[in-house]
Design a protein around this ligand. Structure first.
Ligand code: NAD
Ligand code: LMR
Length: 330
């Protein structure tokens, strides 16, 4: 018997990430090849943006996706998020050359207060929220705090792009294909302070990637800066921030959350439950596994001195960002 359609709300739907994302959702890449979807698309209340959104919807229509059971355009989050099962909060101002993601804090914080309140009011009580718009962790924190009637665990931030970037760099260095690398993780903030960590990574046959690479200097001087500053390198090269890889990471994040990782680790930015000494509620990148639509933070990992320093550093930045938006949450 055919499944009932799931409602997927996407903000910033006429933006560059939106353009890479929507077609894959409609193709079944997000929720499964047997899961019909209804797209509820939000753009700003501006003639140009709404017109561009209509254009994207015409193209979606022209794909005749068998799983696309409906779609609608919105300029009000209260209608866009109605009964949403999944909400992808992409819409926000992206950074340009020379900016850090936290420079977007003031510009984007307002958006996530309003959208958090709207989710609280009208979304499904089980809505799975992924914040992509930067600064993603703090925006997710704002949305979560603005939605007191929804479970805090439903709010997540995207670190999957960093996770995927880390996988590829380790694969290139070690010669082990990405598909054979397990137990990668990225701790903390989606910012250059993130701590991409391959200490636990192993190959299919259980060999340690750390041992295979055996190059601490590469870790410190090449790997960490490459992954941490990859977003800026892409802005520099493309003249625009990452879009297709960001959309791909958003698909990976939600698909794994909904459909499960079968014991594999992935990275999600989730509200801390106090694990690894991260204060409760801070949206922090952790290694997780997922099953039956729930994620679990991987427990019991050893944190050496170098790693602790990195974790403290990225936490400090998140706490500063949190203090910077406290006035908006009163
Ligand atoms: P873009 O400028 O191409 O598109 C953003 C769209 O959002 C625009 O169409 C804009 O009209 C819309 N928008 C703005 N405010 C809105 C609101 N309040 N409600 C609904 N729509 C709104 O930008 P993009 O390249 O698609 O990037 C979007 C965001 O994603 C940026 O903040 C960017 O920094 C971030 N990003 C995050 C990651 C990550 O790994 N977390 C990766 C890449 C990009
Ligand atoms: C990225 O990591 O590519 C995005 O967060 C965009 C950016 O501003 O770096």
């Amino acid at each position: 018997m055919a499944k009932n359609p799931m409602r997927v709300a996407v903000t910033g739907a006429a933006g560059q990430i939106g353009y890479s994302l929507l077609f894959r959702i409609a193709n079944g890449d997000l929720l499964g090849k047997d899961q019909p979807v209804i797209l509820q698309l939000l753009e700003i209340d501006n003639e140009k943006a709404q017109k561009a959104l209509k254009g994207v919807m015409m193209e979606l229509e022209d794909c005749a996706f068998p799983l696309l059971a409906g779609m609608s355009a919105h300029s009000d989050p209260m209608t866009a998020f109605k009964d949403a099962d999944v909400a992808l909060l992409v819409g926000a101002r992206p950074r340009g050359p020379g900016m850090e993601r936290k420079d977007l804090l003031e510009a984007n914080a307002q958006i996530f207060t309003v959208q958090g309140k709207a989710l609280d009011a009208v979304a499904s009580r089980n809505v799975k929220v992924l914040v992509v718009g930067n600064p993603a962790n703090t925006n997710a924190y704002i949305a979560m705090k603005s939605a007191p009637n929804l479970p805090a665990k439903n709010f997540t931030a995207m670190l999957r792009l960093d996770h995927n970037r880390a996988l590829s760099q380790v694969a290139i260095k070690s010669g082990v294909p990405v598909s054979q690398i397990h137990k990668m993780c990225v701790w903390g903030n989606h910012s250059p302070t993130m701590y991409a960590d391959y200490r636990f990574a192993v190959t299919d046959d259980g060999k340690s990637l750390k041992d295979l690479i055996n190059d601490e200097q590469w870790n410190r001087d090449t790997f960490l800066p490459t992954v941490g500053k990859r977003g800026a390198a892409i802005i520099d090269a493309r003249g625009a921030s990452s879009a297709a890889s960001a959309a791909n990471a958003a698909i990976d994040h939600v698909r794994d959350w909904v459909l499960g990782t079968n014991g594999e680790w992935t990275t999600m930015g989730v509200p801390s439950d106090g694990s690894y000494g991260i204060p409760e509620g801070v949206i922090f990148g952790f290694p997780v596994t997922t099953e039956n639509g729930e994620y679990k933070i991987v427990q019991g990992l050893a944190v050496d001195e170098f790693s602790q320093e990195r974790i403290n550093n990225t936490l400090k930045e998140l706490e500063e960002e949190r203090a910077g938006v406290a006035h908006l949450l009163k």
